[in-house]
Design a protein around this ligand. Structure first.
Ligand code: GLP
Length: 248
């Protein structure tokens, strides 16, 4: 096991404060380094963060023209135009509303016929960059997933196909019109990819994340809680609302 560090833990009054802090971090990253490389999550947690970034672009000239965005993951298989795909989510919440160069946005292709070949292609592109900042959410219940790195993920894992944990499928089925359509797998950046970022911000909101946050920070570091690997990185901030922090 690599050296372990203590993440910076910030507990704020409510979920809006989490969104504002995360947005400030991204905005200051881009203003300081306009050609920043940023890895981004999906899900309900960062939706308002993306609203704030779009507002900063529209009202305060936040310039994304030199920014590179990598998504952490995508369901597989899924059509890019499926309203529950992460490609669709990113266009809806962020990419279609900012001045990012479309060639500077990378997301695993859920339509690729071969998930392993697609994972290798995405990993090869990712390896050409060093993310300056990676923003993460955390999976539901006891999954402790980051990206879609479910239990069993190793610290040296890279981009690959993963089968989704039943808790993940159940929580994410709310995003599918017909819950049984929730995919059984996904392509995700690996733990090693996530830990290559210079800085990492994990954001979590609500009671449903409290167990996972407690386990991330206090349990043994290892594959039974992939988010615990974040303690092997020297520059991690964990930003929580009161509900997500209540077991700490
Ligand atoms: C999803 C994504 C993760 C995300 C997490 C939490 O399945 N793959 O990247 O962080 O689960 O989702 P939510 O924010 O909806 O709780």
């Amino acid at each position: 096991m690599s050296a372990s560090y203590n993440p910076v833990i910030r507990i704020v009054p409510n979920s809006e404060s989490v969104d504002h802090y995360a947005a400030e971090m991204v905005i200051s990253q881009i203003r300081t380094k306009p050609d920043s490389v940023i890895s981004l999550p999906t899900g309900s947690t960062p939706e308002n963060l993306y609203n704030l970034l779009v507002l900063a672009h529209k009202n305060d000239d936040l310039d994304f023209s030199k920014v590179t965005i990598f998504n952490l993951d995508e369901y597989w298989p899924i059509s890019k135009n499926h309203p529950s795909s992460y490609a669709y989510y990113m266009r809806k919440h962020l990419v279609d509303h900012i001045n990012i160069n479309s060639t500077n946005w990378y997301i695993p292709n859920g339509e690729a016929p071969d998930a392993q070949a697609e994972s290798e292609r995405f990993e090869a592109v990712l390896q050409q960059f060093t993310p300056d900042l990676t923003i993460l959410g955390i999976g539901p219940g006891t999954t402790c997933h980051i990206g879609f790195n479910e239990k069993g993920s190793t610290i040296d894992s890279t981009t690959r196909y993963v089968a989704l944990d039943p808790q993940t499928r159940s929580a994410n089925s709310k995003f599918f019109q017909n819950p049984t359509d929730t995919p059984t797998g996904a392509i995700t950046q690996g733990i090693a990819d996530i830990l290559r970022a210079k800085k990492i911000l994990l954001i979590a909101k609500g009671e449903g994340k409290a167990w996972g946050i407690h386990r991330t920070i206090n349990g043994e570091i290892g594959a039974t809680a992939p988010s615990s690997y974040l303690r092997c990185h020297p520059a991690v901030t964990i930003m929580l609302d009161q509900a997500a922090a209540h077991l700490l």
